[in-house]
Write a protein that binds this ligand. Structure first.
Ligand code: NAP
Length: 310
């Protein structure tokens, strides 16, 4: 019987692991396939307090893992939660085909990349359509070629700036005429001569499905309705996130977008199940807020377990 199983290994999951480990609860962390979560796919993180010159996202997550392990967190590396039964306590969690009993659960499953939702995007995935410039941008296929980034938030700006190292020109396609990104990121993008914003434009098709390779995008102007084609060798989609909460549908309360609804701090509608990080946060979604929520969930969990015993 475990005290607490933490599902997810981003900032929220590792922070929850650190705090519950230091409370002698020997937490089990189910990391999922993407160990360290979305932050491992970024380069430098400049807004995590305590790092004057910034910190590499991957390294930050490795540090968090090691810190949690130092205090006794038990890490199931690369493991996936396959099923969960929250109908009674102890809860039953199936991990890699094996059933585990646990007194409490902290959900820290984070969020994944939103897709454009067009057929050609799905067909050309891994053939020039990608969701991560830092993972894929250096591929030879993109070198000195025109590239497209879709989106107007911080992620799209970050991707566009990173890709200026590789592409000949970076088209930033945004559906409005104003970036959503933070001021500092927007200013960097607009000042970069290698980035050309394409305003009020929606990608309606990625070409060329028949060649099984990206050769361009078909655009529709959101104001005039005019259609055009832009040649490019790669499409980097950065249009936000979707919470990874599908496995809790119908059991844990979620909002209309799928975000888990926390109440009184990190509690969910099921007693003994807590939540932290991007899977429960559509407003802030920062590394530091996820870490803070992980801390809250750990403290709430510790108090819950203590109340069960006392
Ligand atoms: P975001 O802030 O939600 O921005 C998503 C962008 O994609 C918006 O510009 C949105 O357009 C556009 N979009 C959404 N759905 C679309 C669709 N179907 N077709 C075309 N465009 C679509 O998401 P994000 O940029 O991934 O950022 C997520 C969070 O992480 C934010 O809180 C951000 O601050 C944070 N973040 C921070 C950093 C940093 O600090 N360095 C880096 C990356 C991310 P509209 O503007 O019209 O809604």
């Amino acid at each position: 019987m475990e005290n607490v199983i933490i599902i997810g290994s981003g900032c929220a999951g590792w922070t929850a692991a650190l705090y519950t480990a230091r409370a002698n609860l020997s937490p089990v962390v189910v990391t999922g396939k993407q160990i360290g979560g979305l932050l491992t796919t970024t380069t430098i993180v400049e807004n995590y307090p305590g790092f004057v010159e910034g910190v590499d996202g991957y390294q930050l997550m490795v540090n968090m893992q090691q810190q949690a392990e130092r205090f006794g967190a038990k890490v199931k590396l690369g493991s996936q939660m396959e099923a969960v039964d929250l109908s009674e306590r102890p809860f039953k969690v199936t991990i890699d085909g094996e059933m585990h009993l646990t007194k409490a659960i902290i959900i820290a499953t984070g969020a994944g990349h939103r897709h454009l939702g067009i057929e050609s995007e799905e067909i050309l995935k891994e053939d020039g359509v990608t969701y991560c410039a830092t993972c894929d941008g250096a591929w030879p296929r993109y070198r000195n070629k025109p590239l497209v980034v879709v989106g107007g938030g911080d992620s799209a700006c970050e991707e566009a700036l990173y890709l200026t190292r590789f592409g000949s020109i970076i088209y930033l396609i945004h559906r409005r005429d104003e970036l959503r990104a933070s001021k500092i990121m927007a200013e960097r993008v607009l000042a970069n001569p290698k980035i050309k914003p394409v305003w009020n434009s929606v990608v309606t098709e990625i070409l060329d499905v028949t060649k099984k390779d990206v050769t361009g995008v078909r655009l529709k102007n959101a104001v005039t309705g005019e259609e055009s084609v832009l040649d490019c060798a790669g499409v980097f989609v950065a249009i936000g996130l979707v919470p990874n909460t599908q496995m809790f549908a119908g059991v844990i309360d979620r909002d209309e977008s799928g975000y888990i609804i926390p109440n009184h701090g990190s509690k969910t509608n099921v007693e003994g199940v807590f939540v932290a990080g991007d899977c429960a946060d559509k407003h802030y979604r920062q590394a530091i807020t996820a870490a803070g929520m992980g801390c809250m969930a750990a403290i709430d969990c510790e108090r819950f377990l203590a109340s069960m015993e006392g």
